[in-house]
Ligand binder design. Structure first.
Ligand SMILES: [Zn+2]
Length: 391
């Protein structure tokens, strides 16, 4: 068994920087064996300019939409974007699978070790049968009608059960659970059924990606009405509550779930206080997943990072899909955050993209940290902060 020895300008272990004089030792399968002082490391130490860190966690992706890369214009706002996705996503199955394979290979090569992946169909099953990527599959429930809710839920349960038949990875069983798409596309009864179905599990919800979502719940009006008319509704099928969308729908969840709220671009300080209070009351674990490059692509706006930090939010990173992003790269999301919020610093965004992401997806025993005896993947961020997988 060969020993591989790595030294870099900086080594981040998932939680913090290591002493730069330490050398990381792995075997040739990437298993972390030890950390030893450079003076005791002997010959053949591989030296890197830049940062070494554990494999990244992409907490929010839609692998199925990979064939839409470059097809949808930027800056048109969420309601128009969604209509275009519905109109353009139909494509020959072979082309869809080929695009997914390309995305998967590239994500892995650029250091991503696990993905929280939104699934609308069974299209990604064949690719997920083999390693090395770890998948947490969220079977996305899209249903705006209470009348159709029981029948639609049965359809999505059946799809989830197909994902649960996948072989596990690293001795762990496969992970798949139902997830509501968004407050504007999930009827009250659908939320109730999803709440029961996801008791004690990890689930996700697109949250406040556009101002129109809040307006829909506050007044029943706004830019989502043409979207509903396109779906055959004369008016909004959602209840008018007079509150923000998050404050209107979060109370549906009270079964001890871990809920990944994705985007949060328009989430207010009041919403964050409300969410923390509801979470404490109901045993919910709320995680905020940021996808800044997708937010810039669709709405030209960034999430309220300072407000999230001020309330001690659990933050993780995602790429969203190639319909709304130029690449599926966690390193690129980190660069964007640091460009707009330079005071965050690399330590914080690296933690969000490694150990915090692994904890959110329930993968922290094996991924997200450089810990002896584990194979979390090893990533090199070079001097231009481009990511390359070493293991
Ligand atoms: Zn998404």
């Amino acid at each position: 068994m060969a020993w591989l020895k790595y030294k870099a300008d900086s080594i981040f272990n998932g939680q913090k920087w290591l002493d730069p004089e330490m050398v990381l030792v792995t075997d040739d399968t990437g298993k972390i064996l030890d950390f030893i002082p450079a003076a005791a490391a002997g010959e053949e130490v591989r030296r890197y300019q830049g940062i070494l860190c554990p494999g990244f966690i992409n907490a929010h992706c839609h692998l199925e939409l990979s064939h839409l890369k470059g097809r949808l214009p930027e800056g048109q706002g969420l309601p128009a974007f969604l209509q275009q996705v519905m109109q353009t996503r139909e494509t020959a199955p072979a082309e869809v699978v080929e695009a997914m394979r390309e995305s998967l290979d590239r994500m892995y090569a650029e250091g991503i070790s696990a993905v929280g992946d939104i699934c609308n169909t069974a299209a990604s099953l064949s690719l997920k049968r083999e390693g090395p990527m770890r998948w947490v599959n969220f079977i996305e429930v899209l249903n705006a009608s209470d009348a159709k809710a029981p029948e639609r839920l049965q359809h999505f349960r059946t799809l989830r059960d197909r994902y649960l038949e996948l072989p596990g990875c690293d001795g762990q069983p496969p992970t798949a659970s139902l997830a509501a798409h968004a407050p504007y596309s999930t009827s009250p009864l659908s939320f109730h059924l999803i709440n029961q179905e996801t008791a004690g599990r990890i689930t996700s919800l697109h949250n406040q990606e556009s101002a129109a979502e809040d307006e829909l719940y506050r007044s029943g009006k706004g830019a989502f009405l043409p979207f509903f008319q396109h779906l055959g509704y004369a008016n909004s099928p959602m209840p008018v509550t007079g509150s923000s969308s998050l404050q209107s729908v979060l109370p549906y969840f009270d079964q001890g779930q871990r809920l990944l709220l994705v985007h949060n671009t328009y989430t207010s300080p009041e919403d964050l206080v409300f969410a923390a209070a509801h979470a404490a009351r109901s045993g919910l674990d709320v995680v905020y997943c940021l996808c800044p490059n997708a937010n810039l692509y669709i709405e030209g706006r960034l999430p309220p990072v300072a407000d999230l930090l001020a309330c001690g939010a659990h933050i993780v990173l995602g790429t969203d899909s190639l319909a709304s992003n130029h690449e599926l790269s966690i390193a690129a999301e980190m660069r964007t955050l640091l460009q707009h919020f330079p005071r965050l610093g690399w330590e914080t965004v690296l933690r969000w993209g490694t150990s915090e992401g692994a904890a959110a997806l329930g993968l922290h025993d094996s991924l997200g940290s450089l810990r002896k005896g584990t194979r979390p993947g090893l990533v090199w961020l070079d001097e231009k902060l481009q990511a390359k997988r070493l293991h």
